[in-house]
Design a protein around this ligand. Structure first.
Ligand SMILES: Cc1cc2nc3c(=O)[nH]c(=O)nc-3n(C[C@H](O)[C@H](O)[C@H](O)COP(=O)(O)OP(=O)(O)OC[C@H]3O[C@@H](n4cnc5c(N)ncnc54)[C@H](O)[C@@H]3O)c2cc1C
Length: 443
């Protein structure tokens, strides 16, 4: 059984996650059952689509957003909820290399966008008063001196670039106080990053767009797209005529509508990641596990990521998986990882398990592009999209408002299709991941 069986692909329901169970606003949006005309039609109601809808409706555009299931149904409502800055640094491993490849202007723009994306969340949550358990404080943990050196180099780069948020190195004892585990030798705290009930964030932003005049539709799978000066986007029960179309279906686009934009699916692989949520730990145990309520990631390629929820459950995620096969039991597999980090949680009940698909690109840089003069797409955040999706919304909105500068920086990056097509590519990536898992364990 896969997570999609548990949340059937054509079902109106969310995956049975902690997020869906604790979602504040469960009221649905309508299904599209008529023919309408707008300026911009957005396909996909994850954070990319919703953030784009907010930006454009705030700018006065007439917007319709079509979501096949419900808002936040895809990766956006299933992830670890960790808000981490950065936008495209993965391109060549560091800003210096970005500068060599694309020039100083592009490097600076990427750097700035990496922080702007977090600020968009901060400002939007405040502006629209979105209740989503937003907390600040994030910790990158190291397991050995090699990882410590990398994190310290990153801290130096932040200092050199005058990053304004508090970033501090924690020695082993202090790390042990913040994360109740013997596994880590040090850590880098960043008070500019944080965590959030991400389904509430996504739904709250959809409501914000609606309050600015955007029309938001759920249960409205897009099955057809006719190109032209005015495009026509079709669903089973209606259609949208639009001057611009934005495809924001990411890893789910080719699964839900394989014929809509096949060119996009060749550049993206859907990799799975899984999360469990324990029962509420109570104040004392929660304090012993994560005393400062930070979100935490380790440095491995197939990383562990964890944090507390507002009601003090541990949300523990990981196990990036390219094999297209889900584990027999998500709870058993993820509990084993959790107990390696927190042996004190043996005996604590796991109440939710779920998984989702994230879009992985070969170079791990978000993919932007034009399918025609007025049909644009963004996809492939490679497991790091909660904050970057907000930058995408802004960049696409700027493009539609005739400011193509930042879009063009991103669109210039070459994204090659996976060698051997999707099936073979999936196997290659699974092999590659196995290599990195072994390397991470022995180095
Ligand atoms: C388990 C997991 C954990 C993760 N943890 C983190 C984390 O802690 N921090 C972080 O930064 N990132 C994390 N990520 C990545 C992050 O969730 C994604 O990068 C981000 O949510 C992508 O948003 P999106 O809107 O582009 O795509 P999605 O959220 O996948 O949204 C795409 C939407 O498009 C809809 N759609 C597709 N095709 C159609 C169609 N034809 N018609 C209508 N609608 C359509 C789908 O139904 C879906 O709702 C994680 C991902 C997963 C899966």
């Amino acid at each position: 059984m896969t997570f999609l069986d548990k949340s059937p692909i054509h079902s109106a329901e969310h995956a049975r996650s902690y997020y869906a169970a604790s979602q504040r606003d469960k009221a649905p949006f309508a299904c599209l059952e008529q023919d309408i005309s707008v300026d911009v039609c957005i396909v996909g109601g994850g954070l990319s689509g919703v953030a784009t809808a907010v930006e454009l409706s705030e700018a006065g555009y007439k917007v319709a957003l079509l979501e096949a299931q419900c808002i936040g149904w895809g990766a956006s409502g299933r992830n670890g909820g960790q808000i981490i800055g950065g936008f495209g640094e993965a391109l060549a491993g560091s800003h210096d290399k970005v500068e060599q490849q694309f020039g100083r202007g592009a490097s600076k723009a990427l750097w700035d966008m990496g922080f702007e994306c977090v600020n968009i969340i901060r400002e939007r949550v405040a502006k629209y008063d979105i209740e989503c358990d937003l907390r600040w404080g994030y910790l990158d943990v190291a397991r050995n001196s090699r990882e410590e050196d990398n994190l310290k180099a990153w801290q130096q780069e932040l200092r050199d670039k005058h990053y304004s948020e508090e970033v501090r190195w924690l020695e082993r004892a202090e790390t042990r106080r913040v994360v109740g585990s013997d596994r880590y030798t040090g850590g880098l705290v960043n008070m500019g990053y944080g965590h959030v009930q991400v389904l509430d964030l996504c739904k709250g932003e959809a409501r914000a767009a609606q309050s600015q005049g955007a029309q938001i539709y759920e249960q409205s799978l897009v099955t057809g797209l006719e190109y032209g000066d005015t495009c026509c986007v079709r669903t089973a029960k209606g259609s949208v005529k639009a001057k611009f179309v934005v495809l924001a279906g990411n890893a789910y686009l080719s699964q839900l509508s394989p014929d809509l934009a096949p060119k996009l699916s060749s550049k993206i692989l859907p990799a799975s990641s899984y999360v469990i949520a324990t029962e509420p730990l109570g104040d004392a145990l929660a304090q012993s596990v994560l005393s400062e309520d930070f979100a935490v990631c380790d440095q491995r390629t197939a990383l562990d990521y964890f944090r507390l929820s507002a009601d003090k459950r541990l949300l523990f995620g990981g196990m990036s998986n390219y094999s297209a096969r889900d584990p027999k039991s998500i709870t058993a597999t993820m509990s084993a990882s959790m107990h390696k980090v927190f042996p004190q949680l043996r005996g604590v009940k796991v109440e939710y398990e779920w998984g989702g698909h994230m879009g992985i690109g070969l170079n791990r840089v978000p993919q932007f592009g034009r399918l025609s003069d007025n049909v644009y797409y963004v996809q492939a955040y490679s497991g790091h999209g909660v904050a970057p999706t907000h930058m995408s919304g802004r960049i696409i909105s700027e493009l539609i408002q005739n400011q193509a500068e930042r879009f063009d920086i991103m669109a210039k990056v070459k994204h090659w299709p996976f060698p051997g097509g999707r099936m073979f590519g999936q196997q290659l990536m699974a092999l590659g991941m196995m290599f990195y898992k072994i390397r991470d364990e022995i180095m």
